[in-house]
Write a protein that binds this ligand. Structure first.
Ligand code: CU
Length: 605
């Protein structure tokens, strides 16, 4: 048996690179065979260090914070059910942490400072130990401060214990991310001072004239008046944009041309992870359909699409079957189209695919504000939008809609007509001339493990005052929360989220999966992260199996940092803790308890 290094040396010398390299798993292939930028670690014992180190991004030198000196952090690979140990040493002069995104670990191993553990102090080594009852594509990242923006994220693959229902000839991991040379705390400060600091896409006079030519002056004025009345811009699609971001695939910008090789006719599995801090991506491969086989680590019924919108923290595994010996572009375009990252897949290393021109900047419509023109006409009212949207300065006509949310300093808008938007393809993809993923299309491959109807429903409002860059759940920022959201062990809860903001939010719950209520019967897709569109009302069912305190937050980093975060506490059945943030010591769980799905008897206390 030769070591990887010796093997690669030999392979390079004999020139048999492509033939031999295809026998290796993708992560072990040299960069000339299409594996630029991802270091890999396998086994059951992992030593990770968190450091500051120099990186080259888009041809410019910067300083990253990350794991083992790599951006992205190394690919961690182990097998379903294995007991693994990860020793994480903090070489920074500030606290750090690692959260295993989507992994069903005991809550003390979940890695969220202040929620599941104190964090890892400078100079300290924290040992994570767990075994997980799952396989698939996941990732890991810091949950401390804004470190994630600086490079502290990496891919994590869990091999199935049995046979993989997905067959493929080779695979690649594609980690999408966003990098800024600006300090993330400076970015946050700028957003706080002026939430539109990075938005250069506002509509201009020429835009207005173009609209007037298309729609007539009256209509163009009317729409302007609506948006103006709401003090909103239909171009508030991303807070942080290509104005400061370099969009990356496996740490490489378009100019670096990350490339992967294939032999025509092969089935190639792409494990795509959106590890960015703030960027929702549109993913497509012009000329090549993609068959989605996994969403958020769990298998789905194969679904062929040409493009999909990917929220921060979501993962999709797709199969591509390139038949022609030509270069194909893999395009990750930011949702606001302020930038993109393009990689190349081709039969020979070093090929470069055409970089498509950026498509026009999308413009939000009235549905994004849960409003529609028809209803407006019925009211015959144009002067401002108080008919549908509540403003702090507005009158009190909407307090009786059954909503528990009231306007206030942190809640600029209460959406009046939230609707299901699961059947829509995502902001800006409404009119593209090809097949786009809709959440209603996803079906889990395996029947859902829990098909009980929910016993109760809770409503969570996504709220903001964008002008002050305040983000929250139910109008309460994380720093001001007095009690967690309580689940009881074993119960089935429906969580209905209502987005009172005009932005898409990828919402993530730790420790449990969301069963997305999308009409899928007993094959609902199970996800760890779900995009909730502007003005949308969306429901997920959750089986509260794993006792502990679990973070629940928007995965847009600066939204979470600004307060769009809560804690879900799953309490043991028999114990009736009064609601309050101080209860966790009362219910200790063990690795075993958290791994057994239906038997927690006697494991607590
Ligand atoms: Cu958000």
């Amino acid at each position: 048996m030769v070591s990887r290094r010796e093997f690669l040396g030999t392979a390079l010398q004999t020139g048999a690179l492509l033939g031999l390299a295809s026998l290796l798993p993708a992560w072990a292939r040299p960069s000339s065979a299409g594996n630029m930028g991802l270091e890999a670690l396998t086994g059951t014992n992992f030593d990770l260090t968190v450091d500051r180190f120099p990186v080259m991004i888009d041809g410019r030198k910067g300083m990253a914070t990350g794991v083992n000196g790599h951006l992205p952090a190394p690919l961690i690979r182990f097998r379903e059910g294995e007991e693994i140990t990860l020793n994480v040493t903090n070489n920074l002069d500030e606290d750090t942490s690692i959260h295993w995104h989507g992994l069903l670990v005991p809550f003390e191993m979940d890695g969220v400072p202040g929620v599941t553990f104190p964090g890892i102090r400078p100079g300290e080594t924290f040992q994570y130990r767990f075994a997980v009852p799952q396989n698939g594509t996941y990732w890991y990242h810091s949950h401390s401060g804004l470190q994630e923006q600086l490079g502290h994220y990496g891919p994590l693959l869990i091999e199935p214990k049995g046979t993989d229902p997905v067959s493929y000839d080779r695979e690649y991991v594609l980690v999408l991310s966003d990098w800024s040379f600006e300090n993330p705390y400076r970015i946050f400060k700028k957003l706080k001072t002026m939430s539109e600091s990075y938005n250069f896409n506002h509509r201009t006079v020429p835009d207005f004239l173009a609209d007037a030519a298309d729609e007539g002056v009256g209509e163009a004025f009317r729409e302007r008046a609506m948006w103006g009345g709401m003090r909103m811009s239909p171009r508030d699609i991303s807070d942080v944009t290509g104005a400061t971001y370099h969009f990356l695939i496996n740490g490489h910008a378009t100019a670096d041309n990350w490339n992967g090789v294939f032999n025509p006719g092969e089935r190639v599995r792409l494990r795509i992870i959106n590890a960015s801090a703030m960027t929702i991506f549109n993913v497509r491969m012009p000329g090549l359909p993609m068959t989605i086989v996994q969403a958020d680590g769990l298998h789905v019924q194969p679904l062929e699409v040409d493009e999909f919108q990917m929220g921060v923290a979501e993962t999709y595994d797709v199969i591509i079957e390139p038949k022609e010996a030509q270069a194909y572009g893999f395009v990750a375009e930011s949702i606001d189209r302020s930038g993109q990252a393009v990689a190349t897949f081709g039969p020979r290393p070093g090929m470069r695919a055409d970089v498509p021109a950026m498509r026009p900047v999308p413009t939000l419509n009235m549905k994004d504000m849960a409003m529609d023109h028809g209803a407006m006409d019925g009211m015959g009212k144009m002067d401002g939008m108080d008919m549908k949207m509540d403003h702090p300065s507005g009158h009190e006509m909407h307090e009786d809609h059954g909503s528990k949310i009231k306007r206030g300093p942190g809640v600029a808008n209460v959406v009046m007509m939230p609707s299901s938007r699961l059947g829509e393809p995502g902001t800006g993809l409404e009119d593209v001339p090809h097949r786009v993923l809709r959440y209603t299309d996803l079906r889990s491959l395996e029947p859902n493990p829990d098909t009980r109807a929910p016993e109760r429903e809770i409503e969570v409002h996504l709220t903001s005052n964008m002008e002050r860059y305040m983000w929250s759940f139910d109008g309460v920022q994380f720093s001001q929360i007095t009690s967690p959201i309580i689940f009881h062990e074993g119960e089935r809860v429906r969580m209905t989220m209502i987005n009172n903001t005009m932005m898409n939010h990828p919402i993530h719950l730790h420790g449990m999966f969301f069963d997305l209520v999308n009409g899928g019967g007993h094959h609902m897709p199970r996800k760890h992260t779900v995009i909730v569109k502007p003005g949308e009302k969306l429901s997920v069912d959750i089986s509260a199996e794993h006792i502990g305190d679990w973070a629940f937050h928007c995965h847009l980093l600066y939204h979470m940092f600004a307060g769009m975060m809560q804690v879900v506490s799953v309490l043991p059945r028999e114990v009736n803790h009064p609601p309050g943030m101080k209860h966790p010591p009362g219910h200790k769980t063990s690795t075993k308890a958290s791994m057994d799905h239906h038997d927690h008897g006697g494991m607590h206390e």
